[in-house]
Design a binder for this molecule. Structure first.
Ligand code: AP5
Length: 217
């Protein structure tokens, strides 16, 4: 059976979003990336954005009840049954339990959790060089994946920006929050035997090849 219901977990900046886009494209799986979704909501000044903005800029998690409700609304029954890739959700044990409940109500279960790992120095270097497109959400890195024209998105020519939560103080907080709230989630999933540990060091295609090998055909 092909692996169709996937979750990506890993520290800030490890490359979850970069790999999620490749997996989605090459395995034809729709992505739900909660960080992108929340950043769009903040930019649109929607209700969700106003609830999330302060938590995000401080590098803290948005409260579980807020994010669980939004994901439950967006994850449609067709995606539940045909497959999906979640990037950035769940991030706490209560979020994982909510996802399990939704899946089990549909008679389904997660197939795999991709746990991306790299040394703190690697993730800090990746975050420090990150540039994003506020329009189409493309992600670049100043040296590892620079845009063709400095400062402009390759896809839509929008000026690239640095994420507000990529400032050093928010990054420190995000790394702390990951250890406190998200690392225990891996134990929750390890006990179910569905975690695939992925070494996220090396270039993007090297990491992708490890993911493909873990997922199989
Ligand atoms: P979110 O956007 O999910 O942030 P994150 O988990 O901190 O992850 P990042 O987006 O920082 O990193 P990434 O692992 O995706 O790395 P990327 O591929 O960009 O969440 C942001 C905030 O939203 C949270 O702090 C929280 O407030 C809120 N939130 C979101 N979901 C929530 C939830 N479920 N519950 C509560 N709150 C929630 O890569 C990083 C850089 O490295 C890029 O520049 C990239 O080009 C480069 N790069 C990637 N791979 C490689 C490679 N192999 N080699 C060299 N460079 C690479």
């Amino acid at each position: 059976m092909p692996v169709r219901r996937l979750v990506m977990v890993g520290p800030p900046g490890v490359g979850k979003g970069t790999q999620a886009k490749l997996i989605s494209l090459r395995r034809r799986l729709p992505i739900l990336a909660t960080g992108d979704m929340l950043r769009s909501a903040v930019a649109d000044k929607s209700d969700l954005g106003s609830k999330a903005a302060d938590y995000m800029s401080r590098g803290e998690l948005v409260p579980d009840d807020v994010i669980i409700e939004v994901v439950a609304e967006r994850l449609k029954s067709t995606e539940l049954s045909s497959g999906f890739l979640l990037d950035g959700f769940p991030r706490t044990v209560p979020q994982a339990q909510a996802l399990d409940k939704k899946l089990s109500e549909a008679g389904l279960a997660l197939d795999a959790v991709l746990a991306l790992a790299a040394a703190p120095s690697v993730v800090i270097e990746r975050i420090a060089g990150r540039l994003i497109c506020p329009n189409c959400k493309s992600v670049y890195h100043e040296s590892a994946n620079p845009p063709r024209e400095a400062g402009l998105c390759d896809v839509c020519s929008t000026p690239l920006i640095v994420r507000e939560d990529d400032q050093p103080e928010a990054v420190r907080k995000r790394l702390e929050v990951y250890e406190e709230s998200t690392a225990p989630l891996l134990e929750y999933y390890r006990s179910r035997g569905i975690v695939m540990e992925i070494d996220a060091t090396g270039d993007v295609e090297t990491v992708y090849a490890r993911i493909e090998e873990a997922l199989g055909k």
